[in-house]
Ligand binder design. Structure first.
Ligand SMILES: [Zn+2]
Length: 285
């Protein structure tokens, strides 16, 4: 039998970083499949829908680059919620809201054309803002979830942490229900074990930073979140959040230490991605 697949469920590749090297490092360590997530590629937020259009295209190009190097790859695109406060400042709240809603519409078009797998990262602002700002975020997120639900597509969630909002998971679950989106298709990214448990408790999915301590805790527990690096491919912050080869390296470590066997890896890397993203990680064609 071929070696089991290894998926990084949340990585960023940036043309102004070194995307070739990142993908190569991932593959050299044994990685097979990447979910490439849109990121703001410029230091200043988009103020115009044509800028979103170009930026989403860049993410699709990064998917092409990864496939050309021999990795399996999909991508998700959506307006980054952390940009909203700056867009509100520059454009006023109404136009900023309208802009992000249009960007969600653009992402839906790309879903329909089959160029992207899902929507993300979308959600809420992760730094302290007024409640009105998070309400605007929720309106954008709800629209993203409604569109994703119609298309049976996954939604990658970027939000504030549990420690700043203990009601977070219940709130996200409510939004899914309002939008008619299966809770399992909503993925709380940047999770630690506590966040994973709290997402799973309400039926949401979670993607966890692939750190040794986190992975050990989850595997001992028999809990299987998606695993991610959230690598940002920014030369001024090398190997942030985690190096691009972390998922294959940590999976190998977990196998060597007996924390992970074939069955558990199959659940982690084949069944969970199939359920949540609707992807086939086994097929190498
Ligand atoms: Zn990210």
């Amino acid at each position: 039998m071929d070696a089991l697949p290894i998926l990084d469920s949340h990585i960023h590749l940036d043309p102004s970083g070194d995307p070739n090297r990142a993908v190569q490092r991932f593959m050299d360590a044994g990685g097979t499949y990447l979910i490439i997530v849109h990121k703001p590629y410029k230091r200043v937020p988009n103020l115009d829908i044509s800028e979103y259009e170009r930026a989403f295209r860049t993410t699709i190009e990064m998917k092409g680059l990864a496939s050309d190097l021999g990795a399996k790859a999909d991508c998700v695109v959506g307006p980054y919620p952390g940009d909203l406060p700056y867009q509100c400042e520059a454009l006023g709240a109404d136009r900023a809201l309208e802009l992000q809603l249009s960007a969600v519409g653009l992402a839906m078009d790309l879903l329909d054309s089959g160029e992207v797998l899902g929507i993300g990262e979308v959600g809420r602002v992760h730094f302290p803002v007024a409640p009105e700002m998070q309400n605007l975020c929720d309106r954008i997120l709800l629209k993203a979830m409604e569109g994703a639900s119609k298309r049976r597509a996954p939604v990658v969630l970027h939000t504030e942490s549990l420690s700043s909002n203990e009601n977070l998971m219940a709130h996200l679950g409510d939004l899914c229900d309002k939008a008619g989106l299966s809770r399992e298709r909503a993925i709380k990214h940047y999770s630690d074990p506590k966040t994973v448990r709290s997402a799973f408790a309400v039926g949401l999915s979670a993607s966890m930073l692939c750190r040794k301590d986190f992975l050990r805790e989850m595997l001992i527990d028999g809990t299987y979140p998606l695993l991610e690096t959230d690598y940002i491919d920014d030369p001024s912050r090398p190997d942030v959040v985690l190096p691009p080869d972390s998922v294959p390296k940590k999976v190998r470590w977990a196998r060597e230490t007996g924390l992970l066997d074939d069955d558990a890896q199959y659940e982690l890397m084949v069944l969970a991605p199939r359920r949540i993203y609707g992807i086939d990680t086994i097929d190498r064609s």
